[in-house]
Design a protein around this ligand. Structure first.
Ligand code: AMP
Length: 196
């Protein structure tokens, strides 16, 4: 994988374990020559991750919609800054550029981006690996909700399994590297069967 988009909080969180996870992932990207594509911010987890990579001479592409491009928010040190008109244009550009998606702990924005990627995979519009770094069990409650959706008949188990889970950086990257998307016919058949 050459380029990976990372979705993560515009806040840092209260526990320093999350900041350290962003640093660890940043170091992995530099050591493995992976370009970071991200939301372009200098705040919170986004700031820590991007600065970790930039300080070590790695490549960072920030993609930010013009409405968020305020002086105090945007990381001007990035290797390349792409400004889009809208949030949705940004998402399309991000998904076109990258080989995979990773989400670190975050809030609404992070979950929105994570689930948009999963939805594209479910519809087989894309076949890219999509993983979460479940550091400190941060996503355990989200994963419980997904299990509940499977139990209640709103999410196919196979589609849930598209989401790759790593409890640490090396476990996650191993899964990202060896991911094979479910076959198209299998996915579409399941959607159709489910609907009738
Ligand atoms: P949140 O998880 O709600 O903090 O939102 C973080 C995610 O949404 C990031 O992955 C960004 O792509 C996007 N985002 C939210 N706020 C900003 C911001 N101020 N600047 C750039 N991107 C942002």
């Amino acid at each position: 994988m050459k380029k990976i988009v990372v979705f993560c909080g515009s806040s840092l969180g209260f526990n320093p374990i999350y900041k350290n996870a962003a640093i660890e992932l940043g170091n992995y990207f530099v050591n493995n020559d992976i370009t970071l594509v991200y939301g372009g911010g200098k705040i919170g987890m986004m700031g820590v991750l991007s600065e970790t990579i930039l300080k070590k001479g790695g490549n960072v592409i920030g993609i930010i919609p013009s409405l968020l491009k305020k002086e105090e928010v945007v990381n001007k040190n990035v290797t390349e800054l792409i400004i889009t008109k809208t949030m949705s244009e940004r998402k399309v550009m991000m998904s076109k550029l990258v080989d995979g998606y990773i989400s670190l702990p975050g809030g609404f924005g992070t979950l929105d981006e994570l689930f948009e990627g999963l939805t594209l995979g479910q519809l087989h519009i894309e076949q890219k690996p999509n993983g979460i770094l479940n550091i400190n069990g941060f996503f355990n409650h989200t994963l419980k909700q997904l299990d509940h959706m499977v139990t209640e008949g709103y999410l196919k188990k196979e589609n849930k399994e598209m989401l790759l889970i790593g409890n640490n950086v090396s476990e996650l990257m191993l899964k990202m590297d060896s991911y094979t998307a479910p076959k198209k016919s299998a996915v579409i058949n399941k959607v159709i069967k489910h609907d009738h």
